[in-house]
Design a protein around this ligand. Structure first.
Ligand code: NAD
Ligand code: ZN
Length: 366
């Protein structure tokens, strides 16, 4: 399965399939990445023991030289401290401008490694090798970043990968909770773009949750295709691309408040999508007979995702964190809100009172 992110000179393929890791050396060569270039693999402590040796051996057999660096698992490594640590390791190994960074892991490793690559000697190429379901989203599109204690993804860049190589076999080792969280972004792609894909996700939830072939490949392919189309039309988020942020204005606030601990990204986005649907209903953006909020909630529940805003989150804290979100314009809140299942709109002037009321309702959702 192959898709292309169409960005002129910066276009790149997304390869999706079982056992693709074994093809990594050929696929690098096909992208013009040659053995004279040193490779630098960044991975985390969960992924490295499972897949790093296989990747390094394959590359070395094909004549590539590679170094690697392993960081702890979890969102907290998306930080300036780890940017510095990884850069230090790259310098110790002697990586020059001709090196290529490889992100072997989930969205955290992809965002962190991609940002290191964007900044290292003012930019070296990088390759995404996603190993989580969620990373079908994060590995495509070239947004790379680390977090600041006050806001998620605040320090970042646009830096497109040279290749996305997605071996769906790696998903079999994912913990259940991470599989559920990954589906939050798959469902998001349905909810912003396609009612029929959304219905298909609902109808095939049990096959998808058990990662059955060919359902899971199809879901990833569709999700990546939607993302690739949106990004190809608006690489730098001047307009359309913002729709990919459905659930993220609320979701990022929840992640920031929990100091990138408690809720994992997909869970925060799930609650964020519920809040967005409730807000849309409240301000009359959706038709009552479409039951958008109700259908969104039951879909997320099919995938064992949280739908209720935990009472521990104070509404004032959420508003404060949302104000730091870089998507805000002139201090106003910008929301991506559903108008129907499979369609969204960007709404710029939402009254704070409606947001507060929505968050209260979100705490009561069952
Ligand atoms: P993650 O990278 O932390 O991975 C989740 C957990 O699964 C980690 O503990 C990891 O070690 C483990 N893991 C990864 N692959 C595994 C495997 N194959 N087998 C066993 N364990 C494995 O998190 P994630 O959910 O993949 O990504 C979340 C991040 O992605 C967030 O930081 C979010 O902001 C970011 N994101 C970025 C974009 C973007 O456009 N750049 C889009 C969506 C999300
Ligand atoms: Zn996301």
């Amino acid at each position: 399965n192959q898709l292309t992110v169409d960005l002129g000179e910066r276009s790149y393929p997304i390869l999706i399939g079982k056992g693709l890791l074994r093809q990594l050396p050929q696929q690098l060569a096909a992208r013009g990445i040659e053995p004279r270039q040193t490779l630098f693999i960044v991975s985390d402590e969960h992924v490295a023991p499972l897949y790093l040796e296989q990747v390094v051996n394959g590359l070395e057999q094909a004549g590539y030289r590679c170094g690697y660096h392993i960081v702890p698992a979890g969102e907290q490594v998306k930080s300036l401290a780890y940017l510095e640590e990884i850069t230090g390791k790259a310098l110790e190994i002697g990586l020059d401008r001709n090196s290529v960074f490889l992100a072997l892991g989930g969205g955290v490793i992809g965002d962190l490694t991609g940002f290191c690559a964007a900044a290292y000697m003012r930019g070296v190429p990088f390759v995404q090798i996603p190993t989580t379901l969620l990373a079908h989203d994060s590995s495509v599109g070239g947004k790379v970043a680390v977090n600041h204690p006050l806001g998620k993804n605040i320090i970042g860049a646009f830096h497109q990968p040279s290749l996305v190589l997605y071996d769906t076999e790696t998903l079999t080792t994912l913990p259940k909770r991470e599989i559920y969280a990954g589906f939050a972004e798959v469902l998001k792609h349905g909810l912003i773009w396609s009612e029929s894909f959304t219905n298909w996700l609902s109808d095939n939830a049990s096959s998808l949750l058990s990662l059955e072939s060919p359902f899971i490949e199809e879901a990833i392919q569709q999700g990546c295709a939607i993302k690739a189309e949106v990004v190809s039309n608006d690489e730098r988020e001047q307009g359309l691309r913002a729709i990919l942020n459905l659930g993220h204005t609320f979701g990022h606030a929840l992640e920031a408040i929990s100091s990138y601990g408690g809720l994992i990204h997909g869970e925060a986005i799930s609650i964020g999508m519920v809040a967005a649907a409730l807000l849309a209903e409240r301000i009359g953006l959706t038709k009552a007979e479409d039951r958008v909020a109700e259908r969104t909630i039951s879909l997320l529940k099919q995938y064992h995702l949280p739908v209720q805003l935990p009472s521990a989150f104070a509404i004032d804290d959420i508003l404060a964190a949302m104000r730091h979100d870089k998507k805000g314009k002139d201090g106003k809140f910008v929301f991506v809100l559903p108008t129907a299942i499979g369609a969204v709109e960007i709404v710029e002037n939402v009254d704070e009172a409606d947001i507060i009321e929505t968050l209260k309702i979100c705490k009561e959702v069952e």
